[in-house]
Design a protein around this ligand. Structure first.
Ligand code: HEM
Length: 177
């Protein structure tokens, strides 16, 4: 379950790949209809999108807690610029994974719309401010598009390690190797 100095443990790997699957599915569902997610025609999609999006937040929170009891940082020798860039990208990914669901919940409630979780509606817990809510939902969309680019760069770097540097960084996150 636990990470070692050269590879991530099952716990860190499960959190990592679960996050990848959840974010991609949530993203695809947000685009899976020609209507706005708020339209009656897209109601089912919106409900699944919101439920999976909140799940992303829960999984990331659990992953951070898991990191506190199990240091997930593998120790490898690499140039300082490379280690610093990897840390920066990792930080950006965590910041996006937290701010994307957070802006969505805040924006939805400010717009006066209930949040749907597993079929249950949770009424807005804050006062309605339509204009601000719409602005925050625009920020939500921009952040969600940004994470695809940052995660894409992160995945490209992993492939660079695997095929060019051949240093085991890629394998350290692959189960059963
Ligand atoms: C990692 C999690 C999430 C990702 C990747 C994501 C992604 C996106 C994207 C890309 C859009 C824009 C779709 C378009 O182009 O029209 C969008 C819209 C939306 N998202 Fe999310 N989302 C996430 C979490 C959530 C959560 C937790 C909620 C719960 C409130 C939510 C509610 C919405 C709503 C209501 C819209 C429509 C906004 C509008 O039409 O103005 N999302 N999301």
């Amino acid at each position: 379950m636990r990470s070692t100095s050269s590879r991530y443990g099952t716990g860190a790997q499960v959190f990592h790949w679960l996050t990848v699957v959840l974010v991609l599915t949530t993203y695809v569902l947000s685009k899976g209809d020609h209507y706005s997610l708020y339209s009656a025609a897209a109601d089912g999609l919106r409900r699944i999108h919101e439920t999976l999006g909140v799940l992303v937040f829960i999984v990331v929170a659990l992953r951070l807690l898991w990191g506190l009891i199990n240091d997930t940082t593998t120790k490898r020798t690499m140039p300082r610029w490379m280690a610093a860039t990897a840390k920066l990208v990792q930080f950006a990914l965590y910041a996006l994974l937290i701010s994307i669901p957070a802006t969505a919940v805040l924006g939805t409630w400010l717009e006066g719309i209930p949040l749907t979780l597993l079929g249950f509606d949770i009424a807005p817990q804050i006062a309605q401010m339509q204009g601000l809510g719409q602005l925050i939902m625009k920020i939500h969309t921009t952040l969600a598009n940004t994470i695809l680019w940052v995660a894409g760069a992160h995945a490209a770097a992993a492939l660079f390690h695997h095929f060019y540097l051949r240093d085991g960084v890629f394998q350290s996150m692959i189960p059963g190797r």
